[in-house]
Design a protein around this ligand. Structure first.
Ligand code: CMP
Length: 138
C-alpha cells in the first residue's frame, strides 16, 4: 500500500466526455482507486473546498465553474501519490503542461483545467474526507 491523493475530474472533463480516457490514464499509471463517485458541488461546498483561494481575483469564477455540473471525485493510492499525480496531470496552466499530461491533452485553460490534484499529503486527507465517508473508502 502506498500513500494517497485526492482528485476531481472537473465539470469541463465530464461535459466533454473524457471520464473514461482520464481514468484509464490514471489507473494505467499505477494508481489504485480507493474511493470514487459522480457528484455535484453546491456553491457552499465549493466555497468551503476552495477557502484557501477566497481572496484571489478568480475565486468567483472558480466557484461558478466547479458547481456548473457533475464532477468525478476520487481518492487514489500509490507510492509517492501526491507528487506522482501532479506530474501525471501537468501544470495548472495547460499551455505550460508537459506533452502527454492529462491537462495538456484535455484542459482548455488555466480555469477550466480538467482535473484537480492535492498539493500535499495533509490536503489530500482533508479533501478526501470532505467528499467521502469512511465506509466509501476501500
Ligand atoms: P486547482 O489547482 O485544481 O485548484 C485551484 C484552481 O483555481 C486551479 O486548479 C484553477 O482551476 C483555478 N485557477 C488558478 N489560477 C487561476 C487563474 N489565474 N484564473 C482562473 N482560475 C485559476
Amino acid at each position: 500500500a502506498g500513500n494517497k491523493t485526492f482528485t476531481m475530474l472537473k465539470p469541463d472533463a465530464v461535459e466533454n466526455g473524457h471520464i473514461g480516457a482520464i481514468l484509464e490514464q490514471i489507473t494505467a499509471s499505477g494508481f489504485r482507486i480507493v474511493a470514487m463517485k459522480l457528484t455535484q458541488m453546491t456553491q457552499a461546498d465549493a466555497e468551503k473546498f476552495y477557502d484557501i483561494h477566497k481572496e484571489r481575483p478568480f475565486f468567483g469564477e472558480l466557484v461558478e465553474f466547479m458547481t456548473r455540473g457533475p464532477i468525478v471525485a476520487a481518492i487514489l493510492e500509490k507510492e509517492n501519490a501526491v507528487e506522482d499525480f501532479r506530474t501525471l496531470i501537468g501544470a495548472t496552466n495547460p499551455e505550460e503542461a508537459a506533452e502527454g499530461t492529462i491537462r495538456k491533452k484535455y484542459a482548455a485553460s488555466i480555469g477550466e483545467n480538467a482535473v484537480h490534484g492535492s498539493d500535499s499529503d495533509e490536503n489530500a486527507a482533508i479533501e478526501g474526507a470532505f467528499h467521502f465517508a469512511g465506509r466509501e473508502m476501500f
